[in-house]
Write a protein that binds this ligand. Structure first.
Ligand code: HEM
Length: 543
């Protein structure tokens, strides 16, 4: 510091014309002006240097989580493949369960163990329960008016409370039971017709189950089926799919905030997101207008639009939220984007695992057929008895959670995990897919073995950090009951009514298990199985 002051004095003296010759030649006014310029600098410089020194010391003291070496601009992006959860899993084996990457300009914390997940989602839930502002999510959520992508704050708390109290209560979910039973019955009928006409031909179950999830959601949200809606069913499903694809695709502006938007325009992503947004917006506006039409036939039960319009009309203010049409559309967007694929993907993986594990398939069918008998139809009230089926669903979600990395979170404060410093504005990804395969938690983790959940208290409500298909903490999925109700009823009915065979010549071990990425991770190759109408043994066979 002494040396520094001496240098400053020298500079000053030189500038004021320290040599007697120059000094003498200067007017008092010029000297005064020079003083005015340099004196504050002279006084501030030590302060500036002190601060610089402090920042350097702080930087040296920062204890950041380990992570792979980075390239100058792109950071770690080059180390990631199309299946992000898998690339991150491989990297975590090398760098540990708490790992820091830089994806473009975005520091990203990746958590891959149950203990670290508990730190993030429970101990530090409040420090990191915001969402990063991303290109696709911003546009499709009407500028974050939804629940899933809104940043943490009063607005998100109020809109989430409103939806939990009005849309996702047990009572409301039960009120949609009839819809689920009707749609599942239609699916079973269509498969039964197919199997009696095209004997021993495979059916595309992936397509059937996506349609089922979309039809249930459509009816729950809009109060009528595709057929009666006058909307183009195929186009609607396509648009929902496309929107999910856009949310799952790489947007340069999410990683390079200053220049990324140029790349997104050049690659056409910007235009594709806009198109998806406008098509879905037009669908939603059409059904809202239809609900507002005074000539519309009064429905017996309220659908989701009825509920939201009622809240809008009554001007019920939940905290800061006063609903408008954009809030209703953003909520509908969440229900379609978060609800359709997740349920369909779970059913498809469950049927895939059962097809390549005939022992498990038979055990599940025996349970269902014994409990239901020859009643001919499964009602939602029957599901509570089907304990093995529930274990099958859990085992499916352990190995194939649709949201492999949950939804991205963003930190809001500085805190420590395992002694590592985590700074504000860091993205957080919890790799629940990797945790579900952790050999220190799960014996023979790659094996599909539902019995592991027998006499075991582990469930998926967010309290067991080794099993988090619905997330945990403040941002946990608010619609767990709604999601699992469709999955359980559909699976029970498929297993009750049909025996399922692999297509001719195919062995269990040939089943394709490849994954593909969208907003959720789905089965890449469509699941095709042969349905055979179940023949109940005659009385004498049974004896
Ligand atoms: C099997 C079905 C489902 C699965 C596996 C699933 C999974 C998830 C996951 C992992 C999250 C993120 C949690 C986190 O960030 O910690 C989430 C959030 C969410 N889910 Fe689900 N979900 C399912 C069904 C549904 C359904 C049917 C709906 C709506 C009808 C829905 C609506 C939401 C919403 C609105 C959020 C955002 C919550 C927030 O950020 O506050 N989900 N879900």
């Amino acid at each position: 510091m002494g040396k520094f002051l001496k240098r400053c004095m020298t500079i000053c003296i030189n500038n004021f014309g320290g040599s007697s010759v120059t000094y003498k030649n200067k007017s008092p006014m010029a000297i005064y002006t020079q003083l005015l310029i340099w004196l504050p600098l002279l006084l501030l410089l030590p302060l500036f240097l002190l601060m610089k020194k402090k920042i350097e010391i702080n930087r040296q003291n920062r204890h950041l989580p380990p992570g792979p070496p980075k390239l100058p601009i792109t950071g770690n992006l080059h180390q990631l493949g199309p299946l992000l959860h898998n690339s991150l899993w491989q990297l975590s084996k090398r760098y540990g369960p708490v790992m820091l990457l830089r994806l473009g300009a975005a520091p990203t914390l990746v958590v891959s163990s149950a203990e670290a997940a508990k730190e993030v989602l429970k101990t530090h839930d409040l420090d990191c329960c915001s969402r990063p502002p991303l290109k696709g999510t911003g546009r499709l959520s009407y500028n974050y008016l939804d629940i899933a992508f809104a940043p943490y704050g009063d607005y998100w708390r109020d809109i989430r409370k409103l939806c939990v109290l009005e849309l996702f209560t047990t009572k409301r979910v039960q009120s949609f039971q009839v819809i689920r039973e009707e749609e599942v019955a239609l699916l079973i009928d269509s498969i039964a017709r197919f199997s009696s006409h095209a004997k021993l031909s495979p059916i595309d179950l992936s397509e059937k189950l996506f349609s089922l999830a979309a039809s249930v959601t459509f009816k729950v949200a809009f109060g009528k089926s595709f057929e009666g809606s006058g909307l183009d069913n195929d186009r609607f499903q396509e648009v929902v799919h496309e929107a999910q694809g856009k949310l799952g695709s790489f947007a340069a502006s999410d990683f390079f905030p200053r220049v990324g938007w140029i790349i997104d325009r050049l690659t056409g992503l910007h235009g594709r997101i806009e198109r998806s947004f406008h098509e879905l917006d037009a669908f939603f506006q059409e059904v809202i207008d239809d609900h507002l039409n005074p000539q519309r036939m009064k429905q017996e039960k309220e659908d989701i639009i009825d509920v939201l319009l009622r809240v809008e009309k009554d001007q019920i203010v939940f905290g800061s939220v006063r609903l408008t049409n954009d809030h209703i559309k953003a909520t509908l967007m969440d229900i379609f984007l978060a609800g359709v694929d997740t349920a369909a993907i779970t059913m498809i993986w469950a049927m895939t695992e059962l097809a390549r594990n005939p022992r498990v398939m038979k055990k599940a069918q025996d349970e269902i057929r014994t409990c239901i008998g020859k009643k001919g139809k499964i009602a939602e009230g029957d599901i509570a008895q089907l304990q093995y089926l529930k274990m099958v669903v859990k085992e499916t979600l352990r190995l194939h959670p649709p949201a492999t990395l949950l939804l991205p979170r963003e930190t809001m404060t500085h805190f420590k995990i395992n002694g590592y410093d985590i700074y504000p504005k860091t993205r957080v990804q919890v790799n629940v897919w990797a945790i579900g395969r952790d050999p220190t938690i799960w014996e023979k983790p790659e094996e599909f073995f539902p019995e592991r959940f027998m006499d075991c208290s582990i469930d998926f409500k967010g309290q067991h950090f080794e099993f988090l298909p619905f997330g945990s903490g403040r941002r946990v999925c608010p619609a767990i009951n709604m999601g699992t109700s469709t999955v359980e009823l559909a699976l029970a009915s498929l297993l009750y009514h049909f025996d399922w065979k692999l297509p001719d010549g195919m062995k269990e071990e040939d089943t394709n298990m490849e994954e593909a990425a969208s907003l959720a991770i789905y089965k890449k190759v469509a699941l095709k199985l042969v349905p055979i109408n179940h023949q109940w043994p005659s009385k004498c066979d049974m004896s």
